[in-house]
Design a protein around this ligand. Structure first.
Ligand code: SF4
Length: 202
């Protein structure tokens, strides 16, 4: 049986391997690989789309504005961060220039498929019982290209080919971009995380 120490060591080795990844072109314009973080034996894995501007600079996932919102909501619903592993489908920041700013650019399917290599290794090592897909890119990467957040929210899924149950919700950055609907989308995200916590405790 694999010990926790071995799993942590495997994760550290894979993280190191990903530093020099050239499986797609996204490394060219990004600062660094942003690998997942958290417990090697986490009960829950949160999967987002890709690192943002702040994450690219700091080399850590979910440390920008969306990550702050995420942590706020995790605290509200009582999901202990020590039980989590957080990562992204794509490990390099894809962006386009807008003036002096770097604007998020959605990864395409071939980039998602290329980076799936790392996500599957994270899944195989951490072996979470519950996966939370944050947004459409994560849902499609893990459940298939036809997956839609609006159709899958509020359900506890047990998909073939994944040794974990899955909950789908919106990405916290969608809340930040929601304008007048911000309060409504924030409430949706909190509801979905309450549902995930209940699924974990059940
Ligand atoms: S996005 Fe993923 S597959 Fe592409 S270079 Fe970066 S780590 Fe490798």
């Amino acid at each position: 049986m694999t010990t926790l120490t071995t799993r942590a060591a495997e994760l550290a080795r894979v993280r190191k391997d990903a530093v020099g990844c050239r499986r797609c072109d996204l490394y060219r314009n990004a600062t660094q690989t942003v690998f997942g973080e958290g417990r090697a034996s986490a009960a829950v894995m949160l999967v987002g789309e890709q690192p943002g501007d702040v994450e690219d600079a700091e080399g850590r996932p979910f440390v920008g504005p969306a990550g702050l919102l995420l942590r706020e909501i995790l605290g509200e619903v009582g999901l202990d961060e020590r039980r989590l592993y957080v990562t992204n489908v794509v490990k390099h920041f894809k962006w386009r220039p807008k003036g002096v700013r770097r604007i998020h650019d959605k990864p395409n399917w071939s980039e998602i498929r290329a980076c799936d290599h790392w996500l599957r290794l994270e899944l195989a090592i951490v072996r979470p019982g519950l996966l939370v897909c944050l947004g459409a890119t994560a849902a499609q990467a893990l459940l298939g290209r036809e997956a839609r957040v609006t159709r899958l929210r509020g359900r506890l899924l047990e998909p073939d080919g994944l040794d974990a149950r899955v909950v789908v919700t919106i990405h916290p950055s969608a809340v930040l971009r929601a304008g007048e609907r911000r309060k409504e989308l924030r409430a949706q995200l909190a509801t979905d995380f309450s549902f995930a916590r209940e699924a974990l405790e059940a």
